[in-house]
Design a protein around this ligand. Structure first.
Ligand code: ADE
Length: 361
């Protein structure tokens, strides 16, 4: 008997008892709707499970299948993606739905190479779709799987080293090939990494693989994986001006199509460099808007993968209807376009400050 097939059976027995009840797990992995797999797996890349759980249902309700998503306006897709971060994924998901409708008659192809050609679908997502939707024995490797395999094999490597990735993909392929239930096997492997074989304080006493785990054998779990060498995060300081007009509308402008918060909307902002803090009133002047007092309304901080962002909030109110401005628009509070969660917080701070000012006067 091959020991990988025994590992597979032990893992599936564990998963049957321990699997979390998550909203996309409506059917056993291997028989899942490929649309549900694509949406949930793209959402889960770089976003915590708890955040995805909060938003998955609304997304699937609004866009129940590839056709509905392909027909949607990308701004509506972005609006439902709000709070998940990395908005490029939402654009790619929309593009994938369009490709499936226009090149594959609205159905996910079953061939792994055709799946990989879809926008936004890399090696991981293709493996997830092939195995969880079509029960094909294709491997998948994410951060959790890499850690599980490095520990299983007792290799003290950083997860992002090429040797670690090569080992993880090779072993993931061998393991899934030895399983009778490739979809469930892959999902169980990720679950093991997420809930038992955690980065700190792994629960080895609950692990179905501990007796064949090299790291458990020599108690090197806490050294595996080795810490990554990480470039220092760049600081980004922005002065954000939240300007309401006499109708209560807020002035917003679109972000550039690439880079941080690509394609979302935000309030006029300037970046501070070094010690200098730009005067937020200059922003109003540069837009040829009537001058109006701007009240400081606190700040919002976010730690992103590559940046430490600090947004200082300035709030003001015009006594007139907001004039038309090229490349910008005034939005009613109940009809805001897609914004990052950081900018939604900025807006909330400003409303709070303006409300307080209003009460004083
Ligand atoms: N991480 C990403 N996809 C997952 C899934 N389907 N189950 C558990 N963890 C995951």
């Amino acid at each position: 008997m091959n020991s990988d097939s025994a590992r597979g059976r032990a893992l599936l027995a564990w998963f049957q008892a321990a699997a979390r009840d998550l909203p996309w797990r409506t059917r056993p992995a291997g028989q899942r709707d490929p649309y549900h797999v694509l949406v949930s797996e793209l959402m889960l890349q770089q976003t915590q499970v708890s955040r995805v759980v909060e938003r998955y249902h609304a997304f699937i309700t609004r866009f129940p299948d590839f056709l509905a998503l392909a027909r949607a306006d990308v701004s509506d897709v972005l609006a439902l993606w709000a709070g998940l971060g990395y908005y490029r994924r939402a654009r790619l998901l929309h593009a994938a739905a369009i490709a499936i409708v226009s090149h594959h008659a609205g159905r996910m192809p079953r061939d792994i190479n055709a799946i990989r050609e879809l926008p936004g679908v890399g090696r991981y997502t293709a493996g997830a779709i092939a195995s969880m939707a079509f029960a094909l024995p294709e491997p998948l490797v994410d951060g959790n799987v890499t850690r599980v395999i490095l520990r299983l094999e007792g290799r003290e490597l950083a997860s992002d080293e090429p040797a670690a990735q090569a080992l993880a993909w090779r072993r993931a392929a061998e393991l899934v090939a030895a399983s009778d239930h490739p979809g469930a096997f892959n999902e169980a492997l990720m679950e093991l990494g997420a809930t038992v074989c955690t980065p700190a304080n792994p629960r080895c006493s609950a692990c179905p693989w501990s007796h064949t785990c090299a790291a458990f054998g020599n108690q090197s779990q806490s050294n595996i994986p080795r810490p990554k060498k990480r470039a220092a995060r760049q600081a980004l300081r922005l002065e954000c001006v939240v300007l309401l007009d006499a109708l209560g509308r807020v002035l917003l402008e679109p972000r550039p199509a690439t880079g941080l918060w690509a394609g979302l909307w935000h309030m006029p902002s300037t970046e501070s460099h070094g010690r200098a803090r730009p005067d937020p009133a200059d922003l109003l002047n540069s837009l040829a808007l009537p001058s109006t007092p701007l009240a400081p309304a606190g700040s919002v901080k976010r730690t992103l993968t590559h940046r430490d962002v600090s947004l200082r909030v300035w709030a003001g109110r015009l006594s007139v209807r907001g004039p038309k401005l090229p490349g910008r628009a005034w939005f009613e509070p109940h009809a805001l376009p897609a914004m990052s969660s950081a900018h939604a917080k900025v807006l909330e701070r400003a409303h709070h400050a303006l409300g307080a000012l209003h009460k004083q006067s």
